[in-house]
Design a protein around this ligand. Structure first.
Ligand SMILES: [Zn+2]
Length: 386
């Protein structure tokens, strides 16, 4: 009886821990896809996916005949929405450090929905080329289709305060050629006087499924838009991504001084850049999740004062929302944590805490991280044997 009573706090702690873990993981599910009959102001995955037959039925790499068919389709759809799209044809270099330089001629597609009292512009971007062997349903056809659906939904509602520019880039797979061409063209015309007044919303597909993740930001003051999007996020992933050689179009815009957010669905990455990246394997729930997130972020940014770029912040998803605090709070918070540990070690032994036990518990944290990396790498190695 006494032992049981002694264990009650431990059991309660365990139950609390499990409930917290479940609550943290619950929002990791992608949204329920909405049917074509969804209200006109909402994003419908069914309406977006219906367009994919014209975008991602076959591989459509930069410069191919299949890609020029896709381009004609996209121009037609933008005109159908009442916009006046333009093709931006230009030669651009890949400008990459670690791969041989590539120079290519690209044809970006660009259209503007004017704002009522613009303080800046929101640049909504997806690339409309695929790699040569993939139909590119997830990378990046679904997101091109999503942008058409987002533009349609926005045009049924009130005019946004800021300009919204739609950009379908070409030659992303060859080294962000289209994004670099867009930046170069603006530099030539001195168009972007203050590049921080442009906020890019870039949509990518790294696999055919999974919830939408906001994995990279450029610049500051964007946490409210991330929170509005409901996407999973952490500024920690930003720090990791900065160290990786992977690039998206956002890299080119960031180098030009623009701010921005990078959204992607990333599950099932084994299909990425293979013939398996097709319409049948694309998860409609991921399309819905991405569409809702991007539409909400665009609505938020579209109404914001983009002349104010805010301060640097630390942020992360927790229980379905985004917690954030200014970056200057990080050192004091770290100091408080260290102080807490020191106090624990000071008072702990009087209540039965053994220094060796505390050291063992502290060691489990890095061991978990290392263990996860080892298990992941070993799993990948086993998969690549097949
Ligand atoms: Zn891509």
């Amino acid at each position: 009886m006494t032992t049981l009573r002694k264990r009650i706090p431990a059991l309660a702690a365990l139950v609390l821990l499990l409930l917290t873990a479940v609550a943290a993981v619950l929002p990791l599910r992608a949204s329920e896809p909405r049917p074509a009959s969804a209200p006109v102001g909402d994003f419908s995955a069914a309406r977006a996916v219906a367009r994919l037959d014209n975008i991602a039925r076959v591989p459509h790499p930069a410069g191919s005949a299949a890609q020029s068919d896709v381009r004609e389709y996209l121009l037609g759809e933008l005109r159908e929405l009442g916009l006046r799209p333009e093709v931006q044809a230009r030669v651009a270099p890949s400008d990459s450090d670690d791969t041989p330089a590539v120079v290519g001629s690209v044809s970006n597609i660009h259209a503007t929905i004017p704002g009522s009292r613009p303080t800046g512009r929101v640049l909504l971007v997806a690339h409309y080329d695929s790699v040569p062997i993939a139909p590119g349903a997830a990378d990046d056809g679904a997101n091109v289709a999503a942008i058409l659906e987002i533009a349609r939904a926005l045009m049924t509602g009130p005019q946004l305060r800021n300009d919204l520019e739609i950009l379908f880039t070409d030659g992303e797979e060859q080294g962000l050629l289209g994004a670099r061409a867009f930046v170069d063209a603006e530099a030539d015309t001195h168009r972007a006087a203050d590049p921080r007044r442009t906020v890019v919303v870039n949509l990518e597909g790294r696999g055919p499924s999974g919830p939408v993740v906001m994995f990279q930001t450029a610049g500051t003051g964007l946490v409210p838009a991330v929170r509005a999007s409901g996407a999973l996020t952490t500024s920690f992933s930003d720090a990791i991504y900065d160290q990786l050689p992977n690039d998206t179009d956002l890299t080119a815009f960031e180098e030009a001084g623009m701010r921005g957010l990078d959204f992607a669905f990333i599950n099932g990455a084994g299909h990425y850049h293979t013939s398996h990246d097709d319409i049948a394997r694309l998860d409609r729930a991921s399309v819905q999740d991405m569409g809702e997130a991007a539409l909400a972020a665009v609505r938020r940014l579209g109404g914001a004062d983009l002349s104010r770029s805010g301060t640097n912040a630390t942020y992360f998803s927790l229980f379905g929302t985004v917690v954030s605090y200014p970056a200057w709070l990080v050192p004091p918070l770290a100091a408080v944590t260290l102080l807490g540990v020191a106090l624990l070690l000071w008072f702990g032994p009087r209540r039965g805490l053994s220094p060796r036990g505390a050291a063992r518990a502290a060691a489990t944290f890095p061991l978990t991280l290392i263990g996860a990396v080892v298990a992941g790498s070993a799993g990948w190695w086993v998969l690549s044997l097949a």
